[in-house]
Design a protein around this ligand. Structure first.
Ligand code: LLP
Length: 415
């Protein structure tokens, strides 16, 4: 579904007029659509309904408590990568029994807290981590489920920064060593190997890497079974891409499930999936206002009030996000680089965009519901943006704009 559409020449989030929202809450602000998040979650649930399945939403994509609460109410599990994310899941009313803990370098205190809270499964990524978990569970006398993250050495053909399934990446263990590691796990008194997991990268638009990955993972599952190790779940990670540019054609969740189907045939295992981007990505926009228009020799800049500290993706990955005016205009367009106030040439939201704008125009930067606000910072002592969740004709402020008092509260000038 597209939750952001023009009605009476004004861009709306569901039934809420974005100009009114900007006037009420100020800019920059993130606006999410509840209906879009729900629709994305349900699309996964439906596509996987032929098997026992658990959708462990990747908290890192958008960790606002209201978003987590919404997904918890839909029955989601959660994929966390830090104890901070676990605290969020708990405070949002998520079920800790449906939490899997990923990440390459879990600290001992994080492991202890997760054990005490009773999360479902530790996705372990190295033998060093296995030894640490073994020692801590024995010492605390708490049992834990584990899944081994295997690195299948598959090229996800995505941006190198978000490609994770190649041998040279820091993630997981070499799939060829997996059997031996499962045999080690079997010897750990307080650990139970219940699953296997993988994650080859994010923003995948091609299903072939998934196919290659499953070939390897399911072969391993059979080898383990032959060795007497029966797994209860297979966690296929996240990674289904979304459409940022019109030319991109992401696979549907049903097509994704169709790739999985032959591998799942005749198996008595639960399928886990850890989607982030495809649940929240297209459900969010960033609202920003044009402060100034600046023209130099052969170039025009739209200087807006959002910057790389609010949305890092364009600067970090040269990611492309559609930018449109909130007011639909039929007027003459001009090419603009849409840039923020931060003192870096790398501070841009979009380049060479055809827009019909003037000082004060409102712009929407699209498909920023995932890895948008969560990657924001206070660089240049800029306050982090407000976040708003729209539900039909209702707008809920789900994160107040930061204040300077909050921003400076932890800083200390020594006597
Ligand atoms: N599971 C694991 C273990 C992950 O590392 C990730 C993402 C996911 C699940 C969720 O993947 P998704 O469904 O969202 O593709 N900041 C980058 C994306 C980094 C993704 C890191 N891992 C960006 O803005 O594109």
């Amino acid at each position: 579904m597209n939750a952001f559409e023009y009605k009476n020449n004004l861009l709306h989030a569901e039934d809420v007029n974005l100009r009114e929202l900007a006037d009420a809450y100020g800019t920059p602000c993130y606006v999410y659509s509840k209906a879009a998040i729900e629709a994305n979650y349900r699309a996964y649930k439906n596509a996987l309904s032929q098997w026992p399945s658990r959708i462990c939403y990747a908290v890192k994509a958008n960790s606002n408590l209201a978003v987590l609460n919404l997904l918890a109410k839909l029955g989601a599990g959660f994929d966390i990568v830090s104890i901070g994310e676990l605290e969020r899941v708990i405070r949002a009313g998520g079920d800790v029994k449906k939490v899997v803990f990923s990440g390459v370098a879990k600290r001992s205190d994080e492991i202890r807290r997760a054990l005490v809270m009773g999360i479902d499964c530790f996705n372990i990524e190295s033998t060093a981590e296995l030894q640490r978990l073994d020692a801590i569970t024995s010492e605390m006398d708490i049992y834990a489920n584990v899944s081994l993250r295997v690195n299948p050495d598959v090229d996800a053909t995505t941006h190198p920064y978000i490609s994770t399934g190649l041998k040279e990446n820091k993630f997981g263990v070499d799939i060829n060593d997996a059997l031996e590691i499962y045999q080690q796990i079997a010897k750990c008194s307080h650990l139970d190997a219940v699953g296997v997991n993988c994650h080859i990268g994010s923003q995948l638009l091609d299903l072939n890497p998934f196919q290659s990955c499953y070939e390897k993972i399911y072969k391993l599952v059979d080898q383990l079974s032959d060795a007497g190790i029966q797994l209860k779940h297979i966690d296929v990670g996240g990674g289904l891409g979304i459409r940022y540019e019109n030319s991109e054609q992401p696979p549907t969740m049903q097509q994704y499930a169709d790739v999985l189907a032959p591998f799942m045939k005749g198996r008595d295992v639960e399928i886990f999936i850890e989607p982030g981007r495809s649940i929240v990505g297209d459900a969010g926009i960033l609202l920003t206002r044009v402060e100034h228009i600046k023209s130099i020799s052969d170039k025009n800049f739209a200087l807006v009030d959002a910057a790389m500290n609010d949305l890092l993706r364009p600067s970090l990955y040269t990611a492309w996000h559609d930018i449109s005016t909130v007011e639909k205009t039929d007027g003459q367009t001009t090419k603009y680089d849409v840039v923020g106030p931060v003192c870096e040439t790398g501070d841009f939201l979009g380049k060479k965009r055809d827009l019909s704008i003037h000082e004060g125009s409102l712009l929407a930067v699209h498909a920023v519901g995932a890895y948008g606000f969560v990657m924001s910072s206070n660089y240049n002592t800029r306050l982090r943006a407000a976040e708003i969740l729209v539900d039909g004709d209702q707008a809920h402020l789900i994160r107040m704009r930061e204040t300077f008092d909050q921003l400076l509260a932890n800083e200390i000038i020594p006597d």
